[in-house]
Design a protein around this ligand. Structure first.
Ligand SMILES: *Cc1c(COP(=O)(O)O)cnc(C)c1O
Length: 435
């Protein structure tokens, strides 16, 4: 399969090239040249299929031309070492719990898949030069990528994160690992971190000195595998008796997760429509309302993994719908909630339904509560475990939240980071010195 750039100014790439480069040379995002429609019988039997088999079927459509079936099957099976169960919360609303992986957030799926695929390509390649993964994080990407790549031979990971803008638990998950993982603490915002990573990919001197790639959701190997669990969610909806009028709501920041769902729909997944739930960083909602996309600096919220002012995957959504605002609005609607509304939703849902939401999932749940139409059933993506946002969640419900053992283990580690100002020259100097 060939991959083209959304900016159409760069040559097409193979899967291996697209994965190693991350961003295309013209700063565009790679897109697969074809999205294959899955056959009808697949959907007729999906409710009886195990998650891993569903995922492998979807993976073959994207990666089957480039990775041998046995290898691909192993990558998919290794990636999905945990379940993503659908849990009923109210009569019409279900939660797709994506927090049962090693770092308790959905990004484990994409990060584990990408680490394994990249490891496979490096092992196959004659070029024995080490690959350096640069990743900007607003919290959960860093931990998923760092843990996904920990100890993978031939790969070094640099996690850039905004100083004092991630929770202690999030920070511990990528600053305590050591080995091939380095945490770079940037005295700025997430957008600064993302801009630094983008500058690094564009810098000729740096790219001549070291092989760089990105593990942000700009990387096709990270965002495409996220389609797996949309299919599995649908399978579980069918099992629960909901075949038609299924609505999917995705708490969104960089819009990689929802884009994977939209790819699923293009492959024939019978989801009626999507809702993108935002916190106060709602440039996408504004785009839906006005037809104009105006990126702006992000503001800090309690759903910090969605504090994104210029969602990188917007380019992919535009491309997927051929730039048509009308077509986008026909399949996706949007909504935005402030911190008070998020807190209120966590509180009410816990008291009324006995279900504890994290601040991101709270946006998703509330959107369905407010926007489901008669006859529709919805599921939202519960993107992280509530214990990852301990202060917020405990403050809201006034009770202690049990911390899963996986998280406690991270908390016992010792933080190690390198602090830099948000200046590209400083990042470059640091990276060059490490070569
Ligand atoms: C990353 C993240 C999001 C946003 O996902 P995108 O793919 O960037 O839209 C939402 N919730 C949590 C918990 C996250 O970690």
């Amino acid at each position: 399969m060939r991959y083209y750039s959304t900016n159409r100014q760069a040559p097409d790439a193979s899967l291996a090239e697209a994965v190693v480069r991350g961003l295309a040379p013209d700063k565009g995002l790679y897109m697969p040249e074809r999205i294959k429609l899955l056959p009808k019988p697949f959907f007729n039997h999906i409710a009886e299929m195990p998650f891993k088999e569903i995922a492998f079927t979807v993976a073959e459509e994207f990666f089957g031309e480039d990775v041998e079936p046995d290898t691909l099957r192993k990558i998919v099976y290794d990636t999905l070492s945990f379940d993503t169960p659908l849990v009923q919360v109210t009569e019409n609303i279900y939660s797709l719990e994506l927090f049962h992986g090693p770092t308790l957030a959905f990004k484990d799926v994409g990060a584990r898949f990408m680490a394994r695929l990249l490891g496979h390509f490096i092992a196959q390649s004659n070029d024995k030069k080490e690959v350096n993964v640069l990743v900007a994080t607003s919290g959960d990407t860093g931990s998923a990528v760092a843990n996904g790549f920990l100890g993978v031979p031939g790969i070094k990971v640099y996690v850039l994160y905004p100083h004092k803008k991630v929770t202690e638990i999030q920070e511990k998950q990528f600053t305590t690992l050591g080995k091939n993982i380095t945490a770079i603490e940037v005295e700025g915002t997430f957008d600064d971190c993302q801009a630094l990573v983008k500058s690094a990919f564009m810098d000729k001197e740096l790219n001549a000195a070291m092989k760089l790639t990105s593990a942000n959701s700009i990387n096709v190997a990270r965002f495409l595998p996220q389609a797996f669990y949309y299919f599995y969610a649908y399978a579980q909806m069918v099992k629960a008796g909901n075949t038609d009028n299924v609505v999917c709501c995705v708490p969104s920041g960089n819009f990689g997760n929802i884009t994977a769902g939209l790819f699923g729909k293009k492959m024939g997944l019978p989801i009626k429509r999507f809702i993108a739930a935002n916190n106060r960083n709602d440039v996408f909602l504004e785009y839906l309302n006005t037809g104009e996309y105006r990126p702006r600096p992000s503001v800090a919220t309690i759903a910090n993994a969605m504090d994104v002012g210029d969602p990188s995957n917007f380019a992919r959504i535009l491309d997927l719908y051929k730039g048509s605002h009308e077509a986008i609005c026909a399949e996706i609607s949007g909504v935005s909630y402030n911190d008070d509304q998020i807190r209120e939703t966590i509180d009410k849902t816990y008291r009324n339904h006995g279900y504890l939401l994290d601040p991101h999932g709270a946006c998703g749940f509330r959107a369905l509560e407010e926007m489901l139409q008669p006859g529709e059933k919805g599921f939202f993506l519960e993107t992280a475990h509530p214990a990852k946002f301990l202060d917020t969640v405990e403050g809201v419900i006034g009770e202690n939240v049990e911390i899963p053992e996986k998280l406690q283990a991270f908390m016992r580690g010792e933080k190690q980071s390198v602090v830099i100002p948000p200046m590209f020259s400083r990042l470059k100097q640091f990276l060059l010195e490490r070569q």
